[in-house]
Write a protein that binds this ligand. Structure first.
Ligand SMILES: Cc1cc2nc3c(=O)[nH]c(=O)nc-3n(C[C@H](O)[C@H](O)[C@H](O)COP(=O)(O)OP(=O)(O)OC[C@H]3O[C@@H](n4cnc5c(N)ncnc54)[C@H](O)[C@@H]3O)c2cc1C
Length: 364
């Protein structure tokens, strides 16, 4: 057997792993290279919210199909279809809720508007400040800390090799393929997929491609265990809160509040008290019982974006090189958009269109 792979994937997050499975299913020999452990980037530290109510309208059909993939992964990824509420407390937030959720419903999400009393009936612990709310029966969550374990097992079952703790430090592109340098020696492949999350800009530069990738530094917190307080995924009309109570009783609080750090330093980033405090205050306003619970840990992770907040998913202007990343709500959408990406690489027509990574970003 040749030592040259059909495809090398830089990045073992959800995008890299799920695409590897798809192309292997189509008969390609793939290999994954990760600077850390599989699923320990954004895919392993995110809040795990699978909510159609917080998805971008242009990505709704991708998210709906993503939900179906999570449902089929089931208990192995801690999947729960809990239903979810988005809450508004002021007139301004009510307007925002009405406008945004109506558009999402028109885009195909099964979202309904419900009265505050209907919310309190199902979630009696919530503070009685709700002015308006929407509900989506398909919303839920998974446990992102299981991502690495899940994909490691799936890759092994599919016979796909992966190298962990092997940072790609150089890539040589030739007409016949790529030579990728990692500490344990070169890896050769005919095709290349960049799926390196918040490090995409840096890795793409290795093959002379400029991608306008920026990193957001999202914060997540978890409380100690508590008796059942809530059963649904909760969100806020502004998008600044996600909250769920896990089966073990802990409450997970997110909402995209920004911490400190930069992927360029290869550090994990850090929590910023100026953003953590209002994040927790909003959570407590929604669920007053939180005042009795200790937050046992807060952490951050890097999420990649481009100026129009749509994915980079397609071919690069280097022969046989592709990119997949910068997917807003990428944990939800990852398993599905990776199938599309795999299909493109296999030369099949993807079911839904992908997102040209070389599009013009100048108007954003
Ligand atoms: C804190 C946080 C909360 C979030 N919450 C949610 C949520 O609730 N719901 C939702 O749908 N989405 C959420 N997201 C977004 C979601 O997690 C991401 O969109 C998704 O996980 C991105 O997957 P990825 O595979 O592109 O990137 P990653 O998971 O970051 O994977 C990229 C991989 O590339 C590797 N890599 C980088 N450079 C190199 C190199 N030079 N050599 C080798 N390997 C390299 C990294 O080690 C990493 O493992 C959240 C994101 C964050 C950060």
């Amino acid at each position: 057997m040749s030592d040259r792979f059909d495809m090398a994937i830089v990045g073992g997050g959800i995008m890299g792993c799920a695409t590897a499975l798809r192309v292997a299913g189509g008969g390609m020999r793939a290999i994954i290279l990760d600077q850390g452990d599989l699923g320990q980037g954004a895919s392993g530290v995110n809040a795990g919210t699978l909510s159609l109510q917080i998805k971008r309208i242009k990505l709704m059909q991708y998210a709906i199909r993503g939900h179906a993939r999570w449902e089929s992964m089931g208990a192995a990824v801690g999947y729960h279809k809990s239903g979810g509420y988005t809450l508004a407390f002021t007139e301004h937030e009510e307007g925002m809720l009405l406008e945004r959720q109506t558009l999402k419903r028109e885009a195909g999400a099964p979202i309904t508007f419900v009265s505050p009393d209907q919310v309190y009936e199902n979630e009696p612990e919530l503070g009685h400040h709700i002015r308006a709310a929407s509900y989506c029966r398909d919303d839920g969550y998974a446990n992102s800390s299981l991502t690495g374990r899940y994909y490691r097992k799936a890759l092994a079952a599919a016979g796909i090799p992966y190298h962990e703790r092997q940072r790609v430090c150089a890539i040589e592109a030739a007409d016949t393929g790529f030579e990728i340098s990692i500490p344990s020696g070169p890896v050769r492949a005919r095709r290349l997929l960049l799926a390196s999350g918040a490090w995409l800009k840096h890795v793409a530069a290795m093959i002379g491609v400029t991608l306008p990738v920026q990193a957001r530094i999202n914060t997540v917190s978890v409380t100690e265990r508590a008796p059942t307080l809530i059963s649904s995924v909760l969100g806020h009309a502004t998008g600044l809160l996600t909250m769920k109570q896990k089966q073990n009783g802990t409450v997970l609080i997110g909402g995209g509040w920004q911490g400190d750090g930069s992927p360029a330093t290869h550090s994990a980033g850090g929590v910023n008290a100026d953003t953590l405090v209002p994040n927790l205050a909003l959570a407590q306003y929604v669920l007053p019982a939180l005042s009795q619970l200790r937050v046992v840990r807060s952490w951050t992770g890097y999420e990649a974006n481009v100026p129009d907040f749509l994915p980079l998913a397609g071919a690069l202007p280097v022969k046989n090189a592709f990119v997949l990343g910068c997917v807003r709500g990428g944990y939800t959408i990852g398993p599905y958009i990776s199938e599309l990406m795999g299909d493109l690489i296999l030369g099949r027509e993807p079911e839904l269109p992908l997102f040209d990574p070389m599009r013009d970003f100048s108007s954003n």
